[in-house]
Design a protein around this ligand. Structure first.
Ligand code: SF4
Length: 311
């Protein structure tokens, strides 16, 4: 059995303008030790998918389907049972540490608090562990820095603190949401190296719009477009043989692949296009693409694609 098995996941968020259908009938699996990259443009629903797993969404959100973690359907747990899973079993490393860290609490105290909450340790032991966590993410002078506030840390160092917080309770699964966003290339590569080291013995869902970073970390890649998965394959295969026109366009938009953007804009998730959601932007669209919805097809060797070109 997979560590995490998601079946027919649908996440709908009511807003003043209508219902945002952020995740639509998504199926995904993550095995023990697997690093799965979830990639797509900003606003395609990938972060909402990550937050649906830990159920960290506004209460009016409707989440349906199954999210089975170690044999338990997380969508059927009550809030108390879910609290025991969050952080301890499944940890999130969120984007934007500046808003995720509490500005008025010392960094060491924030990590120690997370440890105390989930492991029931006394204050002294939790603090000692917090300092060890800062050391494990290669923050120099961890004892001294534990007494500093988030604003005293650079962007890259703050991201290291977020990683330390995520790892504090030794989770089996990490959901990392754009941990390298906004970092310059040197710091980004340092964070990538660190993420690889600290997740050697863990599973990870790595959410990013940065294919280059995903390529360095992930075993498999799932490509998301307008709330749906459109392609899934081993990382090498996605780069060597991208099959979905959206994946091909996404790759072509990378700086080292020609910097050619996909024409048009991402669709609204309140009223997504009929048929294939990519059809208004697709150079290969046929008449049927406008009114029939393509199913995910297996096209060999664990490679799946949602496109009529392959049926
Ligand atoms: Fe393009 Fe049609 Fe394939 Fe959609 S199903 S990606 S519109 S060819």
């Amino acid at each position: 059995m997979s560590l995490l098995q998601i079946t027919n996941l649908r996440t709908w968020i009511p807003t003043r303008d209508g219902i945002v259908k952020a995740v639509n009938a998504v199926d995904l699996e993550i095995e023990d030790n697997e690093k799965l990259g979830l990639i797509g443009e900003t606003g395609c629903g990938k972060s909402i998918l990550g937050m649906s797993i830990t159920r960290l969404l506004q209460p009016s959100t409707k989440i349906a389907g199954e999210i089975v973690y170690k044999g338990k359907d997380l969508l059927r747990l009550n809030e108390e049972e879910m609290r025991k899973i969050r952080g301890k079993e499944i940890a999130m490393i969120l984007q934007n540490p500046t808003t995720s860290l509490n500005p008025v609490l010392k960094v060491g105290d924030q990590i120690a608090e997370a440890i105390r909450l989930h492991q029931g340790l006394d204050k002294r032991t939790a603090r000692k562990e917090a300092i060890e966590m800062l050391e494990s993410v290669k923050i120099p002078l961890p004892e001294k820095r534990a007494n500093e506030y988030p604003h005293e840390f650079s962007g890259g160092m703050k991201e290291r603190v977020m990683i330390a917080m995520g790892l504090a309770c030794d989770p089996s699964l990490i959901i990392a949401d754009e941990p390298t966003k906004g970092l310059d290339i040197t710091i980004k590569m340092q964070i990538v190296k660190l993420m690889k080291e600290v997740t050697k013995q863990r599973s990870m869902l790595f959410i990013t719009h940065d294919l280059g970073v995903a390529a360095k970390i992930c075993d498999n890649i799932a490509v998301m477009y307008a709330g749906e998965l459109v392609e899934y394959a081993k990382t090498d295969e996605i780069f060597k043989k991208p099959m979905h026109p959206y994946t091909q366009g996404f790759l072509n938009s990378l700086p080292n692949m020609g910097l050619k953007p996909i024409r048009g804009l991402s669709p609204s998730l309140i009223d997504p296009p009929s048929g294939c959601r990519f059809h208004p932007r697709c150079d290969y669209a046929e008449e049927r693409c406008k009114n029939r919805h393509p199913e995910m097809l297996i096209i060999g060797n664990g490679h799946y694609v949602r496109c009529f070109l392959y049926d």
